[in-house]
Design a protein around this ligand. Structure first.
Ligand code: MN
Length: 256
């Protein structure tokens, strides 16, 4: 069993170190992680400049790019001859729930695993009173151990979040919905020019069955995700919008 481990908080983050230690008990762990923090980098891939990978110590490599870059360099480069069986990302400092998974570099690394037909798991830790990366690393170890007892499907993609206190159990959840409005703060720099800062504290809909709801009740949340973003309900519903668009497609092909 070989695990490619990455994160978005950077190679020197505590969550990565403790997760690497915990997973080393059950697998060979190769760390390929960003050389600095890349939180909220989403599923960003670096194509406009070369990337450098630096060996930090045995089985640890720092990349001057995003988590997605790290998965690519790990899968297609470093581990090309001895492929990883699983890509793990985290443990992130802070939750990654609901639609925020699209901002998350941590979760995007797991999405990238899917692009390479590898199972991927993202781990994130709520940062409130009582939070512990040590406990999260133990739990992540248990989650991965439970998963590798069975056959790991290549399209397995799990988003796992740990509550800040001692968990009451594990819940299988769907993504929740954010209700807060992200605010943009406008200020002026010393030269009188405007600058902007995106801010705001996330708030989530309290809906039963969601990731946020499970965490709120003190449970570990496990959400199965997939890369296919198709809205299958929308695809099935042959509404007037579809008719108008398909009629337009015919007109587009006509000479004008
Ligand atoms: Mn992060």
């Amino acid at each position: 069993m070989r695990i490619l481990l990455t994160n978005d908080d950077g190679i020197f983050s505590e969550g990565l170190k403790l997760l690497a230690d915990a997973l080393s008990e059950i697998a060979e762990v190769v760390v390929v992680a960003p050389d600095r923090e890349q939180s909220a980098s989403g599923h960003s891939l670096t194509l406009n400049r070369p990337l450098r990978m630096k060996r930090v110590r045995e089985h640890w490599y720092a990349v001057d790019g995003t988590p997605t870059d790290c998965v690519n360099l790990g899968v297609q480069g470093l581990l090309k001859e001895k492929p990883a069986d699983l890509v793990v990302s985290g443990i992130n400092f802070g939750l990654n729930v609901g639609g925020d998974v699209t901002y998350s570099g941590t979760v995007s690394a797991a999405f990238e695993a899917s692009m390479h037909q590898l199972p991927g798991i993202a781990f994130s830790q709520e940062v409130e009173e009582g939070f512990s990366f040590e406990r999260a690393a133990r739990l992540a170890h248990d989650v991965v151990t439970a998963l590798i007892e069975g056959q790991l499907p290549s399209d397995l993609l799990l988003n796992v979040n740990f509550p800040s206190g001692t968990p009451r159990g594990v819940r299988w959840t769907r993504l929740g919905k954010r209700v807060y409005k992200q605010t943009v703060i406008e200020k002026r720099d010393p030269k009188g020019r405007k600058y902007y800062w995106i801010a705001g504290t996330p708030e989530w809909e309290h809906e039963v069955g969601t990731d946020y709801d499970a965490l709120l009740e003190g449970y570990v949340s496990v959400t199965p995700l997939h890369l296919d973003l198709t809205d299958y309900r929308g695809l099935e519903e042959a509404g007037p919008l579809r008719e108008r668009l398909e009629a337009l497609a015919v007109a587009v092909g006509e000479p004008r």
